[in-house]
Design a binder for this molecule. Structure first.
Ligand code: GLA
Length: 426
């Protein structure tokens, strides 16, 4: 994961330039100036399957969160968010025990960094204090995992500024990328109260240029698939709706899935008492589409819709894997429309603005597929669009979206990019 290339992502570059302006050079720093960063992600398909121990297929993108700073000679971490124009400060001393008490005094963005430091220390890793400017270009709260990018970049920064106390990487390092993902997932849960899965943090930790990542969220095994869509752009359209209200609904969906899987196990066993495999059903990942077709009707209407979506979405991920191997993007597009319909009608995590964007682009010839991205209730849609249709799509959204929703959408084209990195610069 260590990447000391001279090519820094632009938020890292800007943060480096701001560091001497924001932090006084009267501080007795214990090390040189360095930067650390990590990407956001889009998820090609496999939404709300991660906490059901199913499959996801994310792509790390060329948008990052970055830290630029220096190691201090004490246990203090001082941060300046260039985006929020706001300071945050905490102490490594007493973590993780002092987490709750310190969390209460921090702005939301600072809590993620505190969470990462606390979880690293819980893991037995030794940290050093540091000062850093924080900056990113992942749209905030937009379903592209700005918080996971911040957490994974924070872990990279903690490693860099620990001045050799610990490292992140493959063979010989203190922590593997997947261990960092799990630490950052716990940090997210502690900082935000959302019982998120591991999708976002794993995607950020594992990104590779030109690749999608198939992750089994139970075994945490992963493999890379080509994401080299010839003449197709990966467009992300932001509804402009912030996802603030999503947290309680997310935890509620998670509980509903847990309830549905345990009821389905009991129902299957009532009908098939000798079915030993059914006895070990512990999440919706273990329920096959055939079992669901046979017994799903015995669930309440609500749980049937929730479970039906998750079981079908898991199957769609595996179908997409086969299609990616042959670059069958038209077929992948069909699965994206179905995924959106399931998230809208069965899982009920979409919203008017997301649905409107998907409806608008569906009328544009050359749009291969589109769907809402991430947790839902706002944020972005993900669109696979033939290059020659990009401008038409842009015009259609600009003409229709404000009139239909009273909001402005912002449109971005992303590339499948590499994972985290860090570098000393002087
Ligand atoms: C959020 C969560 C992830 C995942 C997605 C939905 O991004 O952080 O763990 O559950 O929603 O797929």
């Amino acid at each position: 994961m260590y990447n000391d290339s001279a090519i820094l992502p632009s938020p890292a570059q800007t943060a480096l330039e701001q560091f001497p302006i924001v932090f006084s050079d009267a501080v007795d720093y214990a090390g040189p100036l360095g930067a650390a960063w990590a990407p956001g992600r889009v998820n090609l398909i496999g939404e709300h399957t991660d906490y059901n121990e199913g499959f996801v297929l994310p792509i790390a993108v060329d948008r990052v969160a970055a830290f630029a700073g220096r190691t201090r000679s004490d246990d203090t971490v001082r941060l300046w968010s260039a985006h929020f124009q706001e300071r945050a400060q905490f102490s490594l001393e007493g973590l993780p025990g002092s987490f709750e008490q310190q969390r209460a005094k921090l702005p939301a963005w600072g809590r993620y960094v505190l969470g990462v430091a606390a979880e690293l220390i819980r893991e037995g890793v030794q940290l050093a204090g540091f000062d850093a400017v924080v900056l990113g270009d992942v749209p905030l709260g937009g379903g592209m995992s700005s918080s996971a990018a911040l957490e994974v970049a924070a872990a990279q920064a903690c490693a860099l500024f620990s001045a050799g106390r610990f490292s992140i990487g493959a063979a010989g390092a203190t922590l593997t990328p997947m261990q960092v993902a799990a630490i950052c997932q716990r940090a997210e849960q502690a900082a935000s109260g959302v019982q998120c899965g591991i999708l976002d943090q794993a995607a950020s930790c594992l990104g590779r240029p030109g690749k999608a990542i198939l992750l089994d969220c139970r075994s945490l095994e992963y493999r890379y698939l080509p994401f080299e869509a010839p003449a197709i752009s990966l467009m992300v359209i932001d509804t402009g709706v912030s996802r603030d209200l999503a947290d309680s609904a997310y935890n509620e969906r998670r509980r509903q899935c847990e309830e549905a899987s345990s009821l389905l196990r009991d129902i299957i066993l009532q009908h098939e008492p000798a079915n030993e495999t059914a006895r070990s059903i512990s999440t919706l990942r273990d329920v096959t589409p055939e079992q669901f077709a046979r017994y799903g009707a015995e669930l309440s209407e609500l749980l049937r819709r929730r479970a039906g979506y998750v079981i079908a979405e898991d199957a769609r991920v595996l179908q997409t894997v086969n299609l990616l191997e042959t670059n069958a993007f038209e077929e992948i597009g069909k699965l994206l429309w179905l995924s959106h319909a399931g998230l809208r009608d069965e899982y009920e995590v979409s919203c008017l603005e997301l649905d409107t964007l998907v409806e608008i682009v569906r009328q544009v010839p050359g749009v291969v597929g589109a769907r809402m991205l991430g947790g839902g209730f706002g944020g972005c849609t993900m669109n696979l669009v033939r290059d020659e249709s990009v401008e038409t799509l842009r015009q259609s959204v600009e003409q229709q979206y404000p009139a239909r929703t009273g909001r402005q959408a912002s449109i971005d084209i992303c590339q499948a990019a590499g994972g985290p990195g860090s570098a000393w610069v002087g």
